[in-house]
Design a protein around this ligand. Sequence first.
Ligand SMILES: C[S@@+](CC[C@H](N)C(=O)[O-])C[C@H]1O[C@@H](n2cnc3c(N)ncnc32)[C@H](O)[C@@H]1O
Length: 322
Amino acid sequence: MQTLPKVLTFPPSSTEGDWWNDQIICGDSKAILQAMPDKCVHLAITSPPYNVGLEYDGHHDRMPYDEYLKWLMPFWKELKRVLVPGGRFALNIAPTSIKDFKPVHYDMTRDLKKLGFIMRTEILWYKQTMRRRTAWGSFRRPSNPHIIPSWEYVLVFSKGSWDLPGDKADADITSEEFIKFSDGFWHIKPETAGRQPFLKSLYPPRRGRKAPEQKEEGHPAPFPEELIYRLIKFYSYKNNVVLDPFGGTGTVATVAARTNRHYVHLDLSQKYCTISAERVAAELKQMRLDEIPVSQPECTPAPAIVAETKTKYATRKKAKRK
Ligand SMILES: C[S@@+](CC[C@H](N)C(=O)[O-])C[C@H]1O[C@@H](n2cnc3c(N)ncnc32)[C@H](O)[C@@H]1O
């Protein structure tokens, strides 16, 4: 029987079996990652909160820059632990503001290399989102003109080794796709017309009006499915486990399910997790039963850590109630 995803609130009530696999889990992904077993994920894809003041449901998106980088480190450390040897991490990051420009792709690369990740490559996602631009700086004068980045980065890392072991029969990318995707300049239309996180933060919608680019599901920065499709097909095998620790409205989980991979979706927001569960369920309903991955990843759950985390949560809850 095909089971459709529901939102699992962390910590889970049962730690039996692979509680994390093929799940939409609502909670702080640092704690959830800590509870997950070692070496159980083949590909992680994420874009962390941009730290440009976007209006996420439940996350404060403006920390001092150094604090932001420091805040992310424990997530990256746990993420590395849960990857299998040779597992991949594709990190999508957008250039920051114009006046307060920070080389965030460079600083995150430095931090990830410090943790021992091997850097494989940098993909340029070209979005050409300049149609509605107004931030020219000094227009037609060299005194102070502005460059607006019309791209985002996808930085790709490996854990321990360049090679990801797998069965040749599970490699499902076509020759045409392989040739196309191996050119690292990816021209993909953004999911929302004006997806340029820092621009949105500079020009918030006028009061009472919905931003024209905001999709019905109401997430400020969803991935386009094509971007995730390419990463999944290029970097993983069928039946692999694909994780997004900042999963938002579930693009990674949805495309992973569609491409016969297992998914692990984590997000702080109950609202985004509910949307994600609905998207994945809709995807699975369309698939034939024999297309849905059944094989389980080989890794041992870490019940001791789960139990420990549960106690920590219970104590925190009690303290809050007092
Ligand atoms: C840039 S968005 C990801 C959007 C996603 N790529 C998509 O396609 O919808 C970052 C997400 O991180 C989530 N988030 C922020 N802090 C978190 C935390 N501590 N644990 C889990 N999720 C968190 C936010 O709720 C937000 O949805």
